[in-house]
Every structure is written in C-alpha cells, then in structure tokens.
Design a protein around this ligand. Sequence first.
Ligand SMILES: [Zn+2]
Length: 646
Amino acid sequence: MSLLLEQLSLCELEARLGARGTTYKSALLFPKCLLLGLMAMTAVATGVLAENPSAPAMELMVDETQAARRIAFVHEELAVRPGALALAYPRWIPGEHGPTGPIQQLAVIRIHSGTVTLPWTRDPEDIYTIHVDVPPGTDRITVDFDTLMENTISDHQLLLAWNTVVLYPLNIDKVRLMIEPSILLPPNWKAGGSLRVTSQSGSRVNFAPVSLERLIDSPVLAGEFFRTVPLASAWPAELDITGDSQAALDKADDAQAFALFGQLVDQDRAMFGFRHWQTLHLLVSQSAAAGPLDGLEHEDSPYTAVGDAGLAQKGQLEKLGWMLLAHEQSHSWDGKYRRPAELYSKPNYQGPERTSLLWVYEGLNEYVGMLLGTRSGFNDAAYMRDYLGRIAADFANEPGRAFTPLVDTATEDWILRPFDVGWFSLRRGQDYYDEGALIWLRVDTILRQQSRDRLSLDDFLRSFFGQRDTEPIVVPYTREDIEAALSAICPYDWHTFFETRIYRVNDQPPTEGVEAAGWRLVYNATPNREFFDSELLPLSYNGLYSIGMSVKKDGTIFDVLPGTPAYEAGLGPDMKILAVDGQAYSGDVLNASIAHPRDGKISLAVRNFDTVASREIRYAGGVRYPHLDRIPGTQDYLSEILQPRK
Ligand SMILES: [Zn+2]
C-alpha cells in the first residue's frame, strides 16, 4: 500500500486551507505555526493504512462550548486519495459489551473538499457506515458533524467519550491510525484525563497524537468546578473530580475519600503486582443530574459517576465504593489489559464481537471489586457478607436457572441491560456478574484448599492479569487460556468445573463457594443493608424471600417468583397494589401484614389495566431476608479473603 507522508508547517497548511475556503471552525484546528505531521492516506477499495504509526493521520477537534445545550460540534481533517471512501462511526464500544455506539445522535454531516461539498450516502446494510466518493485531484477532505445529547453531565460538567465524536476511515487498524485530538471547552472550565496535553490556548486544549484505540480509551472529564488530587499511593495515581459546585469538591476531604482511593491503588498493587500505565487517572464526576450507577472502565482513566457531593458521603462510598469505584478501576487489569479475544474485534470497532466470556471479564471483576472495596476500606466484611447472602438468595430463588445456563446471560448480555423488566427471574438478568462472582469465590476456596493455604486467587490474578509492567496494551485470551493458567498454579479439572457451572444448565443454588468459605445462607427477619441497586431500582418492599414478590415505591409490582404465594394469588409484574388488608399501600403496611397475617392470609386490592380486583396471598412464614451465618467448626476463609493485603 503506498503512502505519502509530508511535513507541512501550519502556515503552509493554513494557506492551503484558506485558499480552498474551508468550512467554519477550521481555523480553530491549527494553532499558529504549530508544526504538524500530516499523513496523506491511501483510500482505495482495500482501505486506508498508516505505515508510520507515529504520524497523525487525522485532526479531530471537538467544540464542547455548548455542552450545556447537549450538542457538540465536530470537525475532522483527513488526508485521502481519490476514489471510494467509507467512513465508520464506532459500533462496538469497549466496556459496553454491545453494538451500542449512539449512531442516532450523529447529525448534520457535511463533507467537503475545499469549497466543494461531497455528497454522502449511508450503507443500507450497515447504518454505521457512510460512503463518499473522493473526486480526482483531492488529497484532503474535511468532515463536520454534530453529536447530539451525548457527553453532557450537567450545566457544569461533561465527559467526552471520543467514540461519540469520531468518523474514521473504515478500513484502518485502530492501533495504527494516529489522531491528533483537541477540545474547545466552555470558558473557564478545566479538563482532566490520561491524554497528554501539548498546549493550551484559552479554552482550547490540544493533546498529543494517539492511536484511535488509545483515544477511544481516554475520555476527557471537564467541568467548571474541577480538582486534581494526587493520591498517597505507592503507584502514581490521581483523582480527577468534578462537581456542580466548588463546595462539592471541597467536601470530599471530609469523608476521607482521598485516603480510601489511595488505599485502593495500594491494594491493586498488592493484588496484581504490575501495572499497564504510567499514571492512573481516576475520573469521578459528582452530580445529582447523572444517572445512577454510571461508570465505564478504561485502561488508565476509569470513570465513575456518583451523586451530588457523593465523595463527601460515607454512605454513598460504602454503597458504591466496591460496585463502581473499585470495580471500574480493577477492569484496568481484567477487561482492558487482558480481554477476551472474541470481545476484541479487529481491525476496527465495527464488530461483530462475542460476549460469552463476560463471566470472566465481568464476573471475576465483580468478585475482585468486592475484595478490593473491602480490603481498601470502602466497606467492611459484614457489609460484603450481607451482599453475598442477598445475591446467593436471589439466584437460589430464580426459577429461570433451571432452563437457561449462566453463559447464555453473557452471550445475550446487551439485551439484558434493561433492569426494570417484568418476569425478571424467568428471563434471568445479567447474572454473569454476581453469579460469576460466587463461582469465582468457589475458585478462590479451591485454590486455598488444594494448596493447603499456600495459594489463593490473588496468585492467579497476579500471574494472569498482572504479568508485567507495560504501557497500555491489550493482551487477548480465550477460555482455554484461563483454564490453563489456573492449572499452571493449581492442577484441577477446571474445564469440567466451569463447564458444569457456567456452560450447562445448573439448577442448584450457587452457594458452594460461600459454604466452602465457612458461611451458609440463612433467612431471618432482619432487612438487608442498602446496596447499590437501591439507586437503580428503588423498592418500597422486597418480599421475594417471603411471599415471593417485590414492589416499587408507587406500589407497582416489580417481579413475582413463580411457585410462591404471591404467584399462586394471581399476581404479576406491573399490577399496582392499592391497599393491603384495607389500608392504603405502603411498604410498612405490607411488611406488617406479612409479619402478622390475619388467618394466614394477606388481602390486597390490585389494579390491573382498567380493573380493580381483590387478591389473597396465603402465607404465614413471617418476614424473611437472606444473610450469611458462620458454619461452626469450619475455616473462615471469607474473612481471610476480605482482609487487606500488605
Ligand atoms: Zn464491569
């Protein structure tokens, strides 16, 4: 493939562009007399390739000055050769595990060669691709478009996810295509992230060229109220945080959040031993406007959203610390550096990818997040035991597991993302996360038992996910690699172990890990603590473990478990409970009736569509919630597992 590489000074370039009367904002692209290495690319039927991986092949400028209005203006300059050119909008987004690139937010596409508008057409079989004919004699084109409704957090903050603001030549290698990015911020905003800043002029920030892959893995967190906090950790790490007020940033000191993050990075070091970055940038936005449980892993700049002044609230840190903050950053090892080969499409982002190994990528990382969250002090062992009891009970009472193997929840993961759906227990949710975690707890105890306490899962994590110090790269793996690596540190029939628990239907409750760790699932009248999912789906009553039904705040039934008293009473999702034993519905009223049923039954008035009917639940078992109890005379592995490492 031929390739033309030329060095132009900015002044020469501006002269050329000016002569062609480039479209608006093009002047913003080129700060005065900055030497640009521009690569003319070969655009032929087989693609566009960069032979010199260090030279930028594309300039990409994102104008976020109107972020509060939920619109970003994108301007690209790319060198081309005459002929057919296909431009792609990223479809399979790393960390989202699905074809979720927000193509519907791409609008007002304008492609020019100088002053000449080039018509484009969308590929009818792949709506993420647009085609343009580059006319004879053309060596550069500009591509302008708007990205709508993405990246805005609030009036005061944004998170620029580069995959939402790039159209790239389809036939390139994402590791080799070099892009020189820049961002124009609202006045007086500051930005943070792992991209290296080369210059800043007013509100414009210019970054050093990076590959398309590194760009998409390097979001920019920006805000009017922005603070960088170096962490007191053995590895270089910093918190980049935003808030909707200066007070939200300053209050984070009160809850000792910064100390917790420092301890988290130190526990990473003790667990994995090696890192795949120079400096870890932990991006955290704080805003009431952000959706609950928002976060996305990145190799050296994981992102998490918490509520307004969330870092100042110990309750929020306890509830979200392991599930979001610890979880997203441990993906740097499990998910970013090591990634399932089938979930790492090449050469671009258009897929297709396969998601069946999410029981490792997410399930193991869920377990790792639990360990790191408790080891670093976001919560304590009692809190994590309560959560393990809750999820063990959820799966033990899930009828769908008798028909659907766990791996299927990974294979179809992205259609299971909606959480608030009826008959949840029949369809199964994204069970590869939490049931995966319980299975990895069993792996941990097997390693400990088989080695007579010489080994633990930490040894596997270090050898498979730590490996060595490197720059950010991706090292793919297969299921066979996982099983071989486990066998290398502890001979065992790992293939059959995973086959029977993940790849085949397993209707047994997944409690063997908990039991091997010295604890057992019990039920009593003490409600569980509040976990992260209370932010996602606030319930007024969780009676799944008693009458077999959970209810939302407004009395609408969320789910009913087949075979339980609520199911036998004819109840189903989306019906609305109006009254319980003659009293207007509330969680407390329902709880009182379950605790003291009259004649062994609970009477409900229930609205369904346009009818209101009476329903009777026959139940006398009292209030029940799941917890873990010690198994007398056994080794308490779980407490050892949750202990901080030196
Ligand atoms: Zn995850």
